[in-house]
Write a protein that binds this ligand. Structure first.
Ligand SMILES: [Zn+2]
Length: 79
């Protein structure tokens, strides 16, 4: 997908790759993890230790989203 987008425009392709990668990384922080090597194996992968994983729709997810949003806004203001 990102490679196809890069054929149209390298900056657009980089944006698609970053968006895709960050989405998978965020999913890897949830209790269900991601089947990174599917369909080769059904094994799931996580970025966080079991007790620190962030359930979707939880108060913890809202807090993390608020922190990331505030960081993005602060980063944009400083540019
Ligand atoms: Zn997802």
């Amino acid at each position: 997908m990102a490679a196809a987008a890069a054929l149209l425009d390298p900056a657009f392709g980089a944006g698609v790759a970053i968006g895709y990668g960050s989405h998978v990384a965020a999913d890897a922080c949830t209790p269900s993890g991601v089947p990174l090597l599917a369909p080769l194996t059904r094994r799931r992968w996580w970025l966080l230790p079991r007790r620190t994983r962030i359930p979707t729709g939880s108060l913890r997810e809202l807090g993390v989203a608020a922190l990331l949003t505030a960081g993005a806004i602060a980063g944009t203001v400083m540019l």
